[in-house]
Design a protein around this ligand. Sequence first.
Ligand SMILES: Nc1ncnc2c1ncn2[C@@H]1O[C@H](COP(=O)(O)OP(=O)(O)O)[C@@H](O)[C@H]1O
Ligand SMILES: [Mg+2]
Length: 369
Amino acid sequence: MRRQGPIRGSIPLRPGDMVADRYRLLQEIGRGGYAIVYRALDTNSDQEVALKTIRPITPRPEETLGRFRREANLIASLKHPNTVRLLDFGLDDEVYIAMELLHGRPLSDELEKHHRLPINRSMAIACEILKSLAEAHVLGIIHRDLKPENVFLVANPDGTESIKVLDFGIAKLTKDAPQFDPTALTLQGRAMGTPNYMSPEQAKGQDLTPHSDLYTVGILLYEMITGRPPFAGGTAMDIMLRQVNAPVPRLPISELRDTPIERAIRKVLAKEPAKRFASAEQMLAALGGLSVAPVGQLAPARTLQPEGALPVGAASLPKAPALGSSAQSLAVSPLFTRPVRSRWLSYLAIAGYVALAIALALLLYIILS
Ligand SMILES: Nc1ncnc2c1ncn2[C@@H]1O[C@H](COP(=O)(O)OP(=O)(O)O)[C@@H](O)[C@H]1O
Ligand SMILES: [Mg+2]
């Protein structure tokens, strides 16, 4: 059934509806702040696609249309396998974006289910996000809205996992990008994004550079490893103020204290963009260097079970941490472990406690006799 003018925002869509005389809606599969995404059948190719449409009631229809237009145009230029692939879009009477249909779940669902993820998987996911960003940044595109809902964990039929970055809806071109359009800057000066994942400069409504996306990858990595973003809690304003002013909390996992992973996270969460990694490639190379090592090189006690192997993305970019197949056990590399000095301090402390206990027992014995 075809209903008239469905997508400009007034009439809700339903499974069975046709969009642009081509896509038959099958089922709603997700929704975000301004869009509803359906699994749909492309009747031209007989293939299933993901069809993103505007939510029936959006507060600012013109802004939403502008956002849709921007998203379609920007993802059309992104070809990296870690970025969701655009198939087709319509921006006239019926406004929609047709994308490759992904099977799996958003990172937000995975975090809700498991609370936190194994370190090696968290690192691998961060690296795959960085590969998507590396391409976007080279083209002058800043995502600006990275968050667990916009990172999709694709479950491949062979049991491996790949990562796709979604939702370039509030992405923006940097001033030196070839397609830069100064009239598209209507949102300048207004903080856009999600407080938990905003960089300090984003919280202040300032102009952004790719360093802002890198900061957010740092936040995501912190959250995947610990189960909580570093500045969560309180009102949106509280969180934004902490993004701007509060020191980065130490990782609440003793094995990671003072390790290169903690240092990398602290570096990318620097309040000043210039103090972070210089580019997505550089951060990728730094995280890749902190990779997990195969079993046999380390004590088995530290073995972590991987939950899925990730295929490495574009060959032109630095390699992500090398992950084995899902059947292979992985161990934390020495870079993950605490320095030897702190282990000696622990032994000393234990010896101290034992000596103290003996002294107390002796004292008690002397008093009682
Ligand atoms: N290509 C896709 N395949 C499968 N699910 C998708 C796809 N694109 C989006 N989704 C789902 O729909 C949700 C909302 O999509 P998104 O593009 O983020 O919308 P919004 O811009 O409103 O946030 C995502 O979090 C995801 O769960
Ligand atoms: Mg979204």
